[in-house]
Design a protein around this ligand. Structure first.
Ligand code: CP
Length: 308
């Protein structure tokens, strides 16, 4: 395998190999000196055409720990602003012989398009509303760390499903590993296309809380909303906000997750973000380990030799 583009492409055995490889990577993060010579002389280019805090720094940190050189294209100061196309931009970068290219772009399918053009490996760091596979992998890692296998576990994804590439990637991954996934949100953000993903969908959060092993609140993507899609923030928060009272109604020590960035007080109460059940910061730490694992597997000769 040259690229990581969609969760849909990954077999359960490949998902598990990535997660198993991330475990020793996480131990490296606890060391005083977090630097390996593994990929000395190899290069990773970060191309983020959309804003990012977690994913971009996570990839950069992961590459540096593994000893690779990282280059981040400052899109705002690049020749993209002079009208250079995405394809010409990446062909130019390809001429500098990177080993891996990490891309986030507002167009669904951008990473897939580049992967066909580039000799370098391509990792999808989020393409439009389509997929964010490394986020789903770090989410799975975090769930497995706390719950063991996710098979048969009840996982609620709550909120702006329509605009969430995180939801789409998580659904593929969780379905592949046998979890019971329930997508919860207002009718305007749970469209008929989403109902075809093959998991339960509902508008009624309160009816699904009992027995939930995980509640993952999704960010209300205010920048992507079209007029009329959203109820008022107050109404949204009343119907779908993750509150202490709702967490208690699960009847379990439910894991509280959020991919970030968080709109505190909208999709999740601030006290829940900081509660003992919240693993939101662990997700960020695990993100570095999972991205180290992905780079290790891609640059180390691919996963083909270990999958069936
Ligand atoms: N979870 C996530 O993708 O966060 P960033 O947008 O900050 O990278």
């Amino acid at each position: 395998r040259k690229d990581i583009l969609h969760m849909e492409d990954l077999k359960p055995s490949e998902i598990q190999i990535i997660i198993n490889t991330a475990k020793p990577m996480k131990e490296i993060l606890s060391r005083a000196v977090k630097k390996l010579p593994t990929f000395r002389g190899r290069s990773v280019y970060n191309l983020f055409f959309e804003s990012s805090t977690r994913t971009r720094t996570s990839f950069e940190t992961a590459a540096k720990i593994l000893g690779a050189d990282t280059t981040s294209l400052a899109v705002a100061q690049s020749s993209v602003n002079k009208g250079e196309s995405l394809l010409d931009t990446v062909r130019t970068l390809q001429a500098m012989k990177p080993d891996l290219v990490v891309i986030r772009h507002s167009s669904s399918g951008a990473a897939h398009f580049l992967a066909k053009e580039l000799k370098a490996g391509v990792i999808n760091a989020g393409d439009g509303q389509h997929e964010h596979p490394t986020q789903a992998l770090l989410d799975l890692y975090t769930m497995q760390e706390h719950l063991g296998s996710v098979e048969g576990k009840k996982i609620l994804l709550v909120g702006d499903i329509l605009h969430s590439r995180v939801a789409r990637s998580n659904v593929w991954a969780l379905k592949a590993l046998g979890a019971e996934v329930v997508l919860v949100g207002p009718p305007t953000l749970l469209t008929p296309e989403i109902k075809s993903w093959g998991v339960k969908t509902t508008y009624h959060l309160d009816e699904e809380l009992a027995g939930a092993d995980v509640i993952m609140a999704l960010r209300l993507q205010l920048e992507r909303q079209k007029a009329g899609l959203l109820p008022s923030l107050r109404e949204y928060s009343q119907l779908y906000g993750i509150t202490a009272e709702r967490v208690q109604r699960t009847g379990k020590k439910t894991l509280i997750m959020h991919p970030g960035p968080v709109n505190r007080g909208v999709e999740i109460e601030s006290s829940i973000v900081n509660s003992t059940q919240s693993v939101i910061e662990e997700q960020v730490t695990n993100g570095v380990a999972v991205r180290m694992a992905i780079m290790y597997l891609l640059l180390g000769g691919g996963t083909n030799h270990v999958v069936d």
